[in-house]
Write a protein that binds this ligand. Structure first.
Ligand code: NAD
Ligand code: DAU
Length: 343
């Protein structure tokens, strides 16, 4: 069936990888990308697809009804059924600790504006891209399952949990066709260097200190971004209405182990590691049980960490200009606020 996919936040890290993937493996689909181009959004991430006839960019804010309407008008010009994949969000935990309001405005209010418009325009499938952080924190043992109670701890994860509940309400109250995905930490090309992995690569390339929060023993489950994008497409095409799907890499690493591994890979000394003040309310461990999406939809990750880490490192090494441009004045200001020194 002719399909037009509205992607929100397609100029960000995961969204731009998803748009590239759709253009590659669903070339018969049309794609409308609505993005407000906040500090985290970058049209340069999509240069390779800008000229495609089946791709259209709308510079718009999901909090604004009129902007969302423009995205739907654009989608209707393409024709066919309309599906939505919703990435747009304020996504960085440390920024949410500095100021929570933008997170409520985009992640909660923006999601409701988008849901209302999507129902009105008879969207046939809506995928809400959420996070494992809505489940809170784990101890040494156990995994997050889809029925793990929501217990978010940061303003970021609380706003994402709020948006998950609004999606759930649209399904239960209005019979709207939506699914929710909850994924672990992604890594790969186009990730903004406020996040840990690109931050350590950017700093290490200039022999600058790598800030490790607290004791460095916090654990994350790392998944290559292309695997996440394939899982989202799988849910879009095959997921059951109203269901939640956990997505993870079965690849748990303590932060300090990750830093040492990266430093070894790029030939930089461990003396760059600098322990700094911990993140307030820092979640100790995340680990995903992704058995449901594997059993019911047949998805599992294709990339091992051993393969995808060098790919990611190489991407950042060959994209030095991209890195310089995104680490603009605004980034340096943020870095100073967060770490007390220049980037
Ligand atoms: P990102 O910060 O790199 O990109 C977010 C994008 O949304 C940017 O392009 C930004 O311009 C856009 N945006 C922000 N506010 C907007 C608004 N009001 N209107 C329109 N566009 C707006 O984020 P990311 O890391 O790519 O994450 C994408 C989604 O995936 C988020 O919803 C996040 O919660 C979720 N997620 C991320 C990860 C991860 O490891 N990065 C893991 C699980 C889930
Ligand atoms: O789990 C999914 C989540 O992963 C997504 O929902 C978020 O959008 C995404 O940002 C990410 O959240 P984290 O807080 O886990 O990612 P971050 O890269 O900020 O940090 C990863 C770990 O590294 C975390 O334990 C904090 C630590 N850290 C981070 C930074 C930026 C440091 O030790 N030093 C740092 O400078």
């Amino acid at each position: 069936m002719k399909t037009t996919c509205i992607v929100t936040g397609g100029a960000g890290f995961i969204g731009s990888n998803f748009v590239h993937m759709l253009c590659e493996i669903r070339p018969e689909w049309n794609v409308v990308n609505i993005d407000a181009l906040t500090y985290a959004g970058n049209r340069e991430n999509l240069t390779a697809v800008e000229k495609n006839k089946n791709y259209s960019f709308v510079h718009g804010d999901i909090r604004k009804h009129a902007d969302v309407e423009t995205a739907f008008t654009t989608a209707k010009k393409f024709g066919g059924r309309i599906v939505v994949v919703h990435f747009a969000a304020e996504s960085h935990v440390d920024r949410s600790i500095q100021s929570g309001l933008p997170f409520v405005e985009t992640n909660v209010v923006g999601t409701q504006v988008l849901l209302d418009a999507s129902r009105q325009h008879e969207v046939t499938r809506f995928v809400h891209v959420s996070t494992d952080e809505v489940y809170g924190s784990l101890g040494d043992k156990g995994f997050f399952r889809e029925d793990t109670p929501l217990a978010p701890n940061s303003p970021y994860s609380s706003s994402k949990a709020g948006s998950d509940l609004l999606v759930r309400a649209a399904v239960h109250t209005h019979g709207f066709d939506a699914c929710i995905t909850r994924c672990s930490n992604n890594y790969g090309p186009y990730q903004f260097p406020e996040k840990f992995l690109p931050l350590m690569l950017a700093n290490a390339s200039e022999d600058k200190p790598i800030p490790v929060y607290g004791d460095g023993l916090y654990v994350r489950d790392w998944l290559y971004v292309r695997d996440h994008c394939e899982a989202i497409l799988c849910v879009l095409e095959k997921g059951a209405k109203g269901d939640v799907y956990n997505i993870g890499g079965n690849n748990e690493l303590a932060n300090i182990t990750l830093v040492k591994r990266v430093l070894k890979e790029i030939g930089k000394p461990e003396s760059l590691i600098t322990y700094v003040k911990d993140r307030p309310g820092h979640d100790r461990r995340y680990a995903i049980d992704a058995a449901k999406i594997k059993a019911e939809l047949g998805w599992s990750p294709r990339f091992t960490f051993d393969d995808a880490l060098p790919l990611t490192i190489r991407w950042y090494q060959t994209q030095k200009e991209w890195l310089q441009r995104v680490r603009s004045g605004a980034y340096r200001e943020y870095y100073g606020r967060q770490y007390g020194s220049g980037a």
